[in-house]
Write a new protein. Structure first.
Length: 295
C-alpha cells in the first residue's frame, strides 16, 4: 500500500494502541499520532475515541478500517498478479488431497490454475488426510491438502481455507421435522461416518470430546471411505451423517438432503496445505498463492 498513513491507521486500528502500532512499524509514537491527525484532517472526522489510555474506533474509524482492509487486499492481489507477469510458471506439480478436498474443493481451483498456467502439468491423488501426509513424507507428492486438526512432526502447514461440518438427513425420514438435536441425542441416532484416519472423523471426535462424548458411544451403523458413498447411504436410509457443507451444496438445493443443527456443537475446521519444507518449492508455493487468492 503506497499511502503510509493508511498503514499507520491499520496498525493502530488493529492493536487499538499507538504504542504498539509504533513498535510494529518501527516509528515513534508521536509520528503515529501525526499520521492519524492528518487522516482525520483530510476526511474531517474523528477516527478514534480516547478514553484515558484506551482507544476505541469511532463509526468513521470502523468505516475506514473496512475500506483500508479492502485496499490492502487489492494491493496484495495487484502485487501477486504483477509477479506472475514477470515470471514463467511451468513444470510438473504432484498434488495429494484428502477426499473431501479432492472431490469438492480443488477441481474448480485446478481448472482455473491450469487455464492460467498451461505450462504446468498437474496430477492429483486422493486419500484420507493420514494417507496424504504419508505420501508427502515418502516423496510421492510435492504438496498435500488435508483436513486434519493434528500436526505431524517433520511437516509444515499453511492455511488454505475454512470449512464447516453439518449433520444431514433425508427429508422423508424420521427426522423430517427435527430442526435441532443435542450432542447427547446424537448418541441415539443411527450414523454413517468416515473411516479411521479421516480428517473429518478427527474433527468430529474432538468436538464431541469437548462435551464428554467419545466416538464409541455413537450408534454407528456404517463406515464408508467416501463422502459420495455416505450421502447415497443417507438418502436411502434413516441414518444421518456429518459431512462438509461443501459436499452437500447440490443436495441441499435440490431438497435431497436437509441440515439438522447440533445445539452447542460447532463443527469447524481448516483445510491446510502441507509441505515437507518450511518454505515450499517454487511451483508448490505458486499453487498455494494462487489457490488462496482464488478462494
Amino acid at each position: 500500500m503506497d499511502d503510509f498513513r493508511l498503514k499507520v491507521f491499520l496498525a493502530a486500528a488493529r492493536t487499538l494502541s499507538f504504542t504498539r502500532a509504533a513498535a510494529q512499524l518501527c516509528i515513534s509514537q508521536p509520528a503515529v499520532s501525526k499520521h492519524i491527525r492528518e487522516l482525520e484532517s483530510r476526511y474531517k472526522v474523528s477516527l478514534f475515541d480516547r478514553c484515558g489510555s484506551r482507544l476505541a474506533l469511532t463509526g468513521a474509524g470502523e468505516t475506514l478500517l473496512a475500506s483500508a482492509e479492502r485496499l490492502t487486499e487489492g494491493y496484495r492481489r495487484l502485487e501477486y498478479e504483477m509477479s506472475l507477469c514477470a515470471s514463467r510458471v511451468e513444470g510438473e506439480l504432484r498434488l495429494g488431497a484428502s477426499t473431501t478436498v479432492a472431490q469438492y474443493v480443488l477441481p474448480p481451483v485446478l481448472a482455473r490454475f491450469t487455464a492460467r498456467f498451461p505450462g504446468v502439468r498437474v496430477s492429483m491423488r486422493s486419500d484420507n488426510s493420514d494417507g496424504v501426509e504419508q505420501a508427502l513424507l515418502h516423496g510421492e507428492i510435492d504438496l498435500g491438502v488435508v483436513e486434519s486438526i493434528r500436526r505431524r512432526q517433520g511437516l509444515h502447514y499453511t492455511l488454505f481455507r475454512h470449512d464447516e461440518l453439518v449433520l444431514v438427513a433425508r427429508p422423508g425420514g424420521p427426522y423430517a421435522r427435527v430442526e435441532t438435536v443435542t450432542p447427547e441425542t446424537l448418541c441415539r441416532i443411527p450414523l454413517v461416518l468416515r473411516e479411521n484416519g479421516s480428517g473429518t472423523l478427527e474433527v468430529i471426535a474432538a468436538a464431541l470430546g469437548a462435551h464428554g462424548i467419545r466416538l464409541p458411544q455413537l450408534q454407528v451403523v456404517m463406515r464408508l471411505g467416501t463422502t459420495e458413498g455416505i450421502k447415497a447411504f443417507v438418502r436411502h436410509s434413516d441414518a444421518m451423517a456429518i459431512v462438509s457443507v461443501d459436499s452437500v451444496v447440490d443436495e441441499l438445493r435440490s431438497g435431497a438432503l436437509r441440515i439438522v443443527d447440533i445445539e452447542g456443537l460447532p463443527l469447524t475446521r481448516d483445510f491446510l496445505f502441507v509441505h515437507a519444507a518450511a518454505e515450499p518449492a517454487r511451483l508448490p508455493g505458486q499453487f498455494i498463492s494462487f489457490a488462496r487468492m482464488d478462494g
